[in-house]
Design a protein around this ligand. Structure first.
Ligand SMILES: [Zn+2]
Length: 372
C-alpha cells in the first residue's frame, strides 16, 4: 500500500510540475518582486460579482461602495482548467490553492479521483494554520457551499456535502461561519472542539481562543431580513476579525458574499445589487481594521461574473443576458499599492493566492503553488 502511495505521489509530483507548462497553475504577473509583507490577510470574494454587477449597484443603490477607496484595481482571468466559464468550485480552488482544476472540484487537482486525500494542493487557510496563524472562513452561503469548502476541505465533487462537512470538522480552523449545512450539528461540533453557534447573540458572546462553527438561518441571510437574530455579513466580518486578531502570529480570513451570484442566476438584479451593498459594508469593516492595524492586507475579488449583466445606453438600464456564469474578467481590488498587484494588469485567478502567500512571508517550500 505504502509503495503504491509512494509511486502515485512521485507520478503526481511530475504531473504538477508539468501542469505549470500547460497553464493549470499560475504565476502570471506575480513576478513583481516589489512588495512588502503583511501579518494579516483578508480575502473577500463576491461570488458572481463582475464589473457590471458593481456598476449596476452604483446606478441603482448607492454611488459609494467601499471598493472605490481601494488604491489598486486590476483584473482576474477566471477560467478553470477544463472550461472557459468556471463554476464556483474550480474558481474557489484557484483562489484558495493556486491551481486551476476542473469545474466541480473542491481543493483538488485536475486528476483528483486518483489523488484525493493522498496528494491535494494546500490552501491559504492550511498554510496559515501550519505556520501558527489563526484562520477563518465566513460566508453567507451554507458552510458546505463551494467557496467556503475550498478554503476548508478537499473533495472531488462539490455536491459531497457530507465529505465537505467531515473535513471542516476535522480541520484546525478557528471559525467557520455561514448558513446552516445538513451535516453540522451541536453534537459533532462539540466532539471536534467547535462551539456550536446559531444566532448573532451567541456569535457576539464568543471569546478569543474559542473555536466556533456557526450555522445561521438560510432564508434570513439570503433575504437580508435578519429577523431571527441572524448577523449580517458586516457584523460577522467584524467579530471574526476581533477573534482572529488575538493570535500574535497574525491571521488569514476569507469572507464570501454568496448571494450576489444566486440572485443573478435568477436574474433578480435588485437582489444581487442589494447583496453587493451588504458585501461592500463588510469590505468597509475590513478596510477600517486594516487602516487602524497597519499590518493587514485586504484583497477583494470574484470567482466569476454571473448573468452577463449589460448596460443599455438607450434606456440607461442594466440587464441580464444569461442565467449562467460568464467568462469575462472580474475586478481585483487591493487595499495597498505595495502588495505586488499593479493597477490595470490582468492576472490568472490562480496567481492571486500565490501572491497572497508571498505577501504573508511564505516561500515555495511552505506554499508549493508558488513554484509552479
Ligand atoms: Zn453561480
Amino acid at each position: 500500500m505504502c509503495i503504491i502511495k509512494g509511486i502515485v505521489s512521485i507520478f503526481l509530483s511530475a504531473l504538477i510540475a508539468l501542469s505549470g507548462l500547460i497553464g493549470m497553475t499560475g504565476d502570471k504577473g506575480t513576478e513583481n518582486e516589489d512588495y512588502r509583507t503583511y501579518k494579516n490577510v483578508i480575502l473577500m470574494i463576491g461570488d458572481g460579482m463582475g464589473f457590471n454587477t458593481i456598476a449596476a449597484t452604483k446606478a441603482t443603490k448607492t454611488p459609494n461602495l467601499a471598493m472605490d477607496n481601494m488604491p489598486v484595481l486590476c483584473e482576474s482571468e477566471t477560467r478553470s482548467f477544463t472550461n472557459r466559464v468556471t463554476d464556483s468550485a474550480a474558481g474557489a480552488t484557484a483562489l484558495a490553492c493556486g491551481v486551476r482544476t476542473y469545474n466541480g472540484a473542491i481543493g483538488v487537482y485536475l486528476f483528483a479521483p486518483l489523488a484525493n486525500k493522498w496528494h491535494v494542493p494546500k490552501s491559504l487557510t492550511e498554510l496559515a494554520i501550519e505556520n501558527g496563524k489563526a484562520a477563518g472562513v465566513v460566508t453567507t452561503d451554507s458552510t458546505s457551499g463551494a467557496t467556503p469548502a475550498c478554503f476548508s476541505a478537499h473533495t472531488y465533487e462539490r455536491g459531497n456535502e457530507k465529505g465537505i462537512s467531515k473535513d471542516q470538522l476535522a480541520s484546525e480552523l478557528d471559525l467557520i461561519w455561514g448558513a446552516a449545512s445538513e451535516s453540522i450539528n451541536a453534537e459533532n461540533c462539540a466532539e471536534n472542539g467547535f462551539e456550536y453557534v446559531t444566532t448573532a447573540t451567541q456569535m457576539n458572546a464568543l471569546e478569543a481562543g474559542t473555536r466556533s462553527f456557526a450555522q445561521f438561518d438560510w432564508d434570513d441571510i439570503a433575504n437580508i431580513t435578519n429577523e431571527k437574530d441572524t448577523p449580517r455579513i458586516d457584523a460577522m466580518t467584524e467579530k471574526a476579525i476581533e477573534l482572529l486578531n488575538d493570535d500574535e502570529d497574525g491571521f488569514f480570513l476569507m469572507v464570501e458574499g454568496a448571494h450576489i451570484d444566486k440572485f443573478s442566476h435568477s436574474n433578480i438584479l435588485d437582489g444581487s445589487t442589494s447583496h453587493v451593498v451588504e458585501f461592500s459594508n463588510a469590505i468597509q469593516v475590513a478596510l477600517d481594521f486594516a487602516a487602524e492595524d497597519g499590518d493587514t492586507l485586504v484583497l477583494v475579488t470574484a470567482d466569476h461574473e454571473t448573468g452577463g449583466i449589460t448596460y443599455n445606453a438607450e434606456t440607461g438600464e442594466y440587464y441580464y443576458t444569461t442565467g449562467s456564469h460568464t467568462g469575462v474578467n472580474v475586478p481585483i481590488y487591493v487595499s495597498a499599492t505595495d502588495a505586488g498587484f499593479v493597477s490595470g494588469e490582468a492576472y490568472k485567478n490562480c496567481a492571486i493566492p500565490v501572491q497572497l502567500a508571498r505577501v504573508m512571508g511564505f516561500d515555495d517550500e511552505q506554499f508549493p503553488s508558488i513554484k509552479n
